[in-house]
Design a protein around this ligand. Structure first.
Ligand SMILES: [Zn+2]
Length: 309
């Protein structure tokens, strides 16, 4: 059993305006950091299908995104979220990569998978693109695992420095999913208070004060996140892997290191080992310092490979 890496060159066709932090070079940094990982099972992320997106987003939203794609230049869907001519194809790769990753891991082709695609997904709400995100890739993956594969309980852990408001919105009413997000607060998008608990007590938000480092993060995961995940006993564990809680990240103020990303990955793998036959699907969200992003993603994938091997 190995770890699959899903990515696609089409994701480089999502081009953002000069100075935008969510830029083409991000995937290049990850590819370079993983270049000599010979044991990775590298696969092209397939294009997703409208039926995948429609598990989470209404048809008129999909039509609106489709119709907005420009022939050249950029169109803004919100202050932070732009479409270039290649953006929709890139987004389909993210959706398709996440769905294919669930299929492969549930089928037992691999213990785990990491989907390195962009644009990211965890800020996209049902009918609102925001925060660099078009489609809720990880929520779509969760719904696919539940509805297509018939799993009963899927956990989504989001350790991106920003609250996964989109995933929370898409899974709010989904009693078969537990969504856990740790994030800096106050910070964009402003949601993610512990009082937001989901329609079935299925949302758990853990805000972290600016400057929170790895020791406090580990305590929080050990004392609160892992016990909640163990109680839920997921059959599949999904990860929204943003690496912008790194101390070098320019968009936020937490002080995590590569070792902290490795530790939290291992802690989540422990849950998967205990309840989910080790099955983990992780997808890239944020991370905007290229050096920190490459190293942190490599630390994350290293643990996935060690645990799945
Ligand atoms: Zn983020």
């Amino acid at each position: 059993m190995t770890t699959i890496l899903y990515t696609h060159d089409d994701c480089d066709g999502h081009v953002t305006p000069q100075g935008h932090p969510e830029r083409v070079e991000r995937l290049g940094a990850i590819r370079a950091a993983l270049a000599d990982y010979d044991a990775l099972d590298r696969r092209e992320a397939p294009l997703g299908n409208p039926s995948d997106v429609l598990r989470c987003h209404p048809e008129d939203y999909l039509d609106r995104v489709r119709d907005a794609v420009p022939d050249e230049g950029w169109v803004s869907l919100d202050a932070d979220t732009q479409l270039s001519p290649g953006s929709l194809t890139a987004a389909w790769r993210g959706v398709g990569g996440c769905v294919a990753a669930v299929d492969a891991v549930v089928a037992g082709d691999a213990a785990s998978a990491f989907v390195a695609c962009r644009p990211p997904g965890h800020h996209a709400e049902r009918a609102t693109a925001m925060g660099f995100c078009l489609f809720g890739n990880i929520a779509i993956a969760a719904k696919h695992a539940l509805d297509h594969h018939g799993l009963s309980r899927v956990a989504v852990v989001d350790f991106d420095v920003h609250h996964g408001n989109g995933t929370q919105d898409l899974l709010w009413d989904e009693a078969r999913a537990l969504f856990v997000s740790s994030h800096q607060m106050p910070l964009y998008p402003g949601t993610g208070s512990p009082h937001e608990r989901g329609a079935h007590d299925n949302v758990m938000n853990l805000p972290l004060a600016p400057m929170t480092g790895g020791a406090e993060m580990r305590r929080l995961y050990r004392d609160e996140v892992i016990p909640a995940l163990d109680d839920f006993a997921p059959e599949l564990v999904l990860i929204s892997a943003g690496f912008d809680a790194h101390r070098d990240d320019p968009l936020a103020n937490l002080n995590w290191t590569e070792d902290d990303f490795a530790w939290v990955t291992g802690a989540i793998c422990d849950v998967a080992d205990a309840h989910a036959r080790g099955r983990v699907v992780s997808t890239l969200e944020g991370g905007y310092d290229l050096h920190a992003l490459g190293n942190s993603a490599a630390a994350h994938v290293t643990v996935l490979m060690e645990r799945g091997g």
